[in-house]
Design a binder for this molecule. Structure first.
Ligand code: UTP
Length: 297
């Protein structure tokens, strides 16, 4: 399998999904947060669809204890497919097959949840060489334009490309925050990054969100950093090290919809938005929602 397209764009993606998901307990005690349904598809399927729409053909899921159902979701189910075919239920048959047709899905186990950077480091031998995308399995983005632009920019610069979101001053301490210099359209050159700063210390309001295109050298940087914020091996620290050593680091400021499905509020917002957009249940759901909200206020 080639590591890039002929134009040099990465074709492999890594989805770290081995975290403990404490913000969504007790739902996530036995069920991975990535498998919580948004209407009728698990969150993770939307993420893999986003990757596939941006030209990714190979996805590595980094999983952990109790997370094997995640891989099963992307497998074939011949028994189910046969039953649906016999019943002539073509729509459901296509829906059941779809996850297995999006990309080649692989998995590896992290073993111990020692941080996002630690999870990414498990992808080294699968990636094999060249750049690759990282998509967090609990962040929903409503279209693949962002990832597309990021892949193009990385193919041109050869460095790190990260997705950025403008956040409120009171939110900066929940994110990695970047200082930036030159801007061209929605692309910016990054000059520094700091993990979870206080509002007074934050160099900007541009937060790092869950989409990254990383060069292969990130694996070496991950080996050279120690535990960071929260005692975890932080991906931000490895990127900051590469930046300090002269690697080009760019960001694309995202202007679309993004939800953190790893906590109840963000998850519910995703469900409501996507339910409203659906051609089948959308009209009835919207009508009910308007009436319900009107009654509650
Ligand atoms: P989060 O910061 O959301 O952590 O990780 P978490 O453990 O999943 O959830 P909370 O904060 O306890 O509720 C960001 C992403 O990195 C993955 C997570 O699965 C999530 O997609 N991750 C994090 C790993 O794969 N391994 C880790 O050791 C840590």
């Amino acid at each position: 399998m080639p590591q890039t397209t002929t134009s040099g764009r990465a074709v492999k993606a890594v989805i770290p999904a081995a975290g403990l998901a404490t913000r969504f307990l007790p739902a996530t005690k036995a069920v991975p947060k990535e498998l919580l349904p948004v209407v009728d598809r698990p969150v993770l399927q939307y993420i893999v669809e986003e990757a596939a729409a941006a030209g990714i053909t190979d996805v590595l899921l980094v999983t952990g204890r109790g997370k094997t159902a995640m891989v099963d979701h992307f497998d074939r189910r011949p028994d189910l497919e046969q039953r649906l075919a016999e019943k002539g239920d073509d729509e459901r048959l296509a829906a059941v097959k779809r996850p297995s047709e999006l990309a080649a899905i692989h998995s590896i186990r992290q073993g111990e949840a020692l941080g996002l950077g630690h999870a990414v480091s498990f992808a080294e031998s699968h990636v094999g060489g060249g750049a690759f995308a990282v998509l967090l399995g609990d962040e929903f983005m409503d279209d693949a334009t962002l990832l597309n632009e990021m892949l193009d920019l990385q193919a041109r610069t050869g460095g790190i490309v990260i997705a950025l979101l403008e956040v409120g001053k009171d939110e900066v301490s929940r994110y990695g925050i970047c200082s930036v210099s030159r801007a061209e359209g929605n692309a910016v050159e990054i000059t520094g990054m700091v993990e979870k700063p206080s509002p007074e210390d934050a160099p900007s309001n541009l937060a790092i969100i869950g989409r990254y295109i990383l060069p292969f050298e990130i694996f070496d940087a991950l080996r050279r950093i120690g535990p960071g914020s929260g005692g975890e091996i932080q991906l931000t620290d490895a990127m900051a090290l590469m930046l300090k050593e002269g690697a080009p680091v760019h960001g694309i400021v995202y202007g679309g919809v993004r939800y953190d499905t790893g906590m109840p509020l963000g998850y519910l917002q995703t469900v409501v938005e996507l339910a409203c957009q659906r051609a089948d249940i959308g009209p009835a759901f919207r009508q009910w929602l308007v009436e319900f909200v009107g009654k509650e206020l």
